[in-house]
Design a binder for this molecule. Structure first.
Ligand code: ZN
Length: 458
């Protein structure tokens, strides 16, 4: 038996608005109309000039405010390494200009590949605004081939997943070619692939072969090209054997430019882990159609947070009616939250119960996990997590705060899976994490959560 490959081209993404979770730019007039006294809004964030690897750069933050308060811009950077923060004070002159440039020096320069900037603005009067944008950092050298998981936007050194499907493993990759040069680069359509046990070139070659993209490839000037490759490894192949033994593999893809130069990239391949969430609306009738939609957008964000760390999640949509829920629609103490777990957890399906309640009030928390880690049973007073649905009203319509709620569900579920609080900037498990704190580290967080009894091979 042999592993086979198939390949295709993916949609083109603008280099300065590169991520699926990026905040859409806001129109200045619209933002001004919506501003209350002392409020501030971020309109857009973009690099002031083309963002090239290993070079200083500036990020331009356009904003409007009702009053020219002093404040602090903080930019949390997710990239192919440990997240870091750069801050800049803003003054009246920045308000007049309508934007401020945050400077990144040589020591804060970035390698080629995606970077996500989570920007927060806090003014002296306490007003806050957030904005997230992702940028493809173009190679200065000037050409780069990079591998990432398929259909998944990542800004760290994560692995590609091999998913078991019947009697085979399917491994999906995204290939990103990026061009830092001012002229387009035509490529040959063929590619060479190698799977290694241990490091590329230094371990054992498990399988190798050649594949071909179906259409001609040209990487635009100062732009990127994305393609996908899917490997099918049936039982009996070397790759199947290694993955089935839960071993990590390394894959390398090599491509050739029409002018003869080659480019190669590598990534770790491992089996994907999965857990389940029972998303339960408590007092279902009190959720508007908008809030219902927003809730599942928030759960999609929770999924992205975990998939960036190679763990996916399944969702069961559940509800408890107003009449059934009684007083549980407003949780006013920890013991009431535990009463909710005791009375409504289950029926058993091996998923974590996530109770989304209209309000948690007077408790000092807006989310609570039953235990760290939570039990692998739906019995007792520890089985579940509860979160406030975290909404707001705009133009008379009730919405949920999707980025925050997605993070909050992820945080409480993180506790259930065994994660404790940390102090690492940008981490999901900060004791008071905000919408932009979504990072999970490999050791110990990934290694801890995959050991929970409700996390299995996907
Ligand atoms: Zn917590």
């Amino acid at each position: 038996m042999e592993t086979t490959s198939s390949a295709g081209q993916s949609p083109v993404r603008p280099v300065n608005r590169y991520g699926p979770l990026d905040t859409p730019p806001i129109d200045a007039e619209e933002a001004r109309r919506g501003l209350g006294a002392g409020r501030v809004a971020i309109l857009d964030v973009q690099p002031a000039e083309r963002l090239m690897s290993d070079r200083p750069f500036r990020l331009r933050v356009a904003f409007v405010s009702d009053t020219p308060d002093e404040g602090v811009l903080s930019v949390l950077v997710f990239w192919d390494g440990t997240p870091f923060v750069v801050e800049k004070r803003i003054a009246a002159a920045d308000h007049d200009r309508g934007h401020a440039d945050v400077e990144f020096g040589a020591e804060q320069s970035l390698p080629p590949g995606p970077a996500t900037f989570a920007v927060g603005l806090i003014t002296e009067s306490g007003s806050q605004a957030d904005f997230t944008v992702s940028v493809a950092v173009l190679p200065s050298n000037p050409f780069d081939l990079r591998l990432s998981p398929r259909d998944n936007f990542v800004t760290g050194t994560f692995s590609a997943r091999a998913v078991r499907s019947g009697n085979a493993y399917q491994t999906n990759l995204t290939v990103t070619l990026s061009n830092g040069d001012a002229s387009a680069v035509p490529m040959r359509q063929e590619f060479k692939w190698e799977f290694w046990d241990g490091p590329i070139g230094g371990g054992t070659l498990v399988e190798q072969g050649n594949g071909r993209f179906p259409d001609p490839i040209t990487v635009p000037a100062h732009g990127t090209w994305d393609g996908w490759i899917a490997f099918n490894s049936p039982a009996g192949t070397g790759i199947f054997g290694k993955l089935d033994a839960k071993e990590d593999l390394a894959v390398q893809i090599t491509m050739t430019r029409q002018d003869g130069g080659t480019a190669a990239g590598q990534i770790t391949v491992r089996t994907m882990f999965s857990f389940g969430l029972n998303i339960t609306r408590v007092g279902a009738e009190s959720f508007t159609a908008e809030e219902y939609t927003d809730l599942y957008l928030a759960v999609d964000r929770t999924r992205v947070i975990y998939e960036r760390r190679d763990v996916t999640l399944a969702v069961d949509r559940r509800f408890i009616s107003n009449a059934q829920a009684g007083g549980f629609t407003v949780i006013t103490s920890e013991s009431e939250a535990r009463d909710l777990f005791e009375q409504w957890s289950g029926p058993d399906n091996g998923f974590i119960d996530v109770f989304v309640v209209p309000s948690i009030s007077g408790t000092g928390f807006d989310g609570l996990a039953g235990a760290i880690p939570g039990p692998t049973s739906h019995n007792g007073r520890e089985s579940g997590v509860v979160v406030d649905r975290s909404g707001y009203t705009s133009g008379g319509v009730r919405h949920l705060n999707v980025p925050y709620l997605g993070m909050l569900i992820g945080h409480e579920v993180g506790h259930y899976l065994g994660l404790v609080h940390v102090t690492e900037p940008g981490n999901l498990m900060l004791s008071s994490s905000t919408a932009n704190d979504t990072n999970l580290n490999y050791d110990p967080q990934y290694r801890t959560l995959i050991r929970h009894g409700w996390v299995r091979i996907a």
